[in-house]
Design a protein around this ligand. Structure first.
Ligand SMILES: Nc1ncnc2c1ncn2[C@@H]1O[C@H](COP(=O)(O)OP(=O)(O)OP(=O)(O)O)[C@@H](O)[C@H]1O
Ligand SMILES: [Mg+2]
Length: 358
């Protein structure tokens, strides 16, 4: 069993605290992704699990055993980094088996395990090549192969795909997903990439400034963000926010208005709001659509920027009554800059946040 448990984990460099009391429970076999802005502490946290950084205070358990003071090599983990540290003078086979060489394994064992890892990663035909004869994606496979031969209970990945081009990233992303199913090992994965986080994770941990903001399944975070930060961080393009005034709260919803928005009732928003208070309305770009001009409650404006992506069209709209809003419209739409546009949204899909709930 290799569940990983962090309890009130803290890390300071000198008198600067970068991890500020983190609690995370990772179950055996789970795929957990850490996301958050640059500098929020993702790598530091991963390196603390690996044993490459000391833990200033708190407890780290792997498989039910406190490992705060256990050497990295004795933690049952293997780590894959963004820059794949593979040796140019060694063949793929030797690179993959490197950890076993260090541990003094026999040639037979090294060859057998290197071949097994190569099979899993579909690179048997590359075993006798040198790294210089490999593509970026193949080199990253070698680095992952090196982790596999160590047969760890927990894999730690720190942005393993961020040096690869878009097509390779997609291949490798699927490869890592398959690897997780095949090995059923616990995996902890740091990424900047929303698609990687949403598709690979059983559970996403959103970090900000060394503090956990929310932990949940990808769609849980997408549909029920705990605060403004998570709402703005998860989803692309980012959620639109509009300052609104709360007019009324009743059993069937909260009525809000803004300079650019006529009063609208939002059913099913969770928290308690009081009349005459300020709040932030959140609308995902995907839930905006082009409305007929006459549509009540529509947001009127002019097209300020158009990004045609083929599958969708991202439109930046300058609202007539103040503010901007981004809509992600389904399909390709050749909209002209400066044309009038009215956008409607389903109030049932909107979010409302207290000003304090940042
Ligand atoms: N050795 C160190 N000494 C002092 N501060 C450090 C050290 N290593 C990291 N930090 C600081 O700790 C914070 C967290 O860094 P970390 O590398 O964990 O961020 P990250 O979330 O992985 O960011 P990125 O997405 O850019 O990789 C940053 O503010 C960083 O400057
Ligand atoms: Mg990092």
């Amino acid at each position: 069993m290799a569940d990983v448990s962090l309890k009130q984990v803290r890390k300071s460099y000198g008198n600067v605290e970068v991890i500020k009391g983190v609690d995370i429970e990772i179950e055996d076999g789970e795929f957990v992704v850490f996301v958050g802005p640059s500098g929020c502490g993702k790598s530091t946290l991963l390196r603390m699990i690996a044993g490459l950084e000391d833990i200033t205070s708190g407890t780290l358990e792997i498989g039910g055993r406190v490992v705060n003071d256990v050497q990295p090599k004795d933690r049952g983990i293997a780590m894959v980094f963004q820059t794949y540290a593979i040796f140019p003078h060694m063949s793929v086979r030797e690179n993959v088996a490197f950890g076993l060489t260090i541990a003094g394994a026999s040639k037979e064992e090294k060859d057998r395990k290197a071949l097994e890892a190569a099979r899993i990663l579909q690179m048997e035909h590359l075993l006798d090549r040198r790294p210089s004869q490999l593509s970026g994606g193949q080199r990253q496979r070698v680095a992952i192969g090196r982790a596999i031969v160590r047969d760890p209970e927990v894999f730690l990945f720190d942005e393993p795909l961020s040096n690869l081009d878009a097509a390779l990233r997609m291949d490798m992303r699927m490869e890592i997903g398959k690897l997780h199913k095949h090995l059923s090992a616990t995996m902890v994965y740091v990424t900047h990439d929303q698609v990687e986080a949403m598709t690979l994770a059983d559970k996403i941990v959103v970090l900000r400034d060394g503090i956990v903001q929310q932990i949940g399944a990808p769609m849980d975070l997408y549909h029920n963000p705990a605060n403004l930060f998570v709402a703005g961080f998860i989803g692309s393009p980012a959620m639109n926010f509009m300052d609104v005034e709360v007019l009324d709260q009743s059993a069937d919803g909260v009525t809000v208005k803004a300079p650019a928005l006529d009063p609208v009732k939002l059913p099913g928003v969770g928290e308690a709001f009081t009349a005459n208070s300020k709040a932030k309305l959140g609308i995902r770009p995907q839930y905006l659509s082009v409305a007929p001009d006459t549509h009540a409650g529509a947001l009127h404006g002019k097209v300020a920027l158009v990004e045609r992506l083929g599958t969708e069209t991202v439109v930046n709209v300058e609202l007539t009554r103040g503010g901007r809003i981004v809509a992600a419209l389904a399909e390709d739409r050749p909209l002209e800059l400066g044309t009038d546009i009215a956008l409607g949204f389903d109030p049932g899909q909107a979010h409302l946040f207290n000003e304090t709930n940042t």
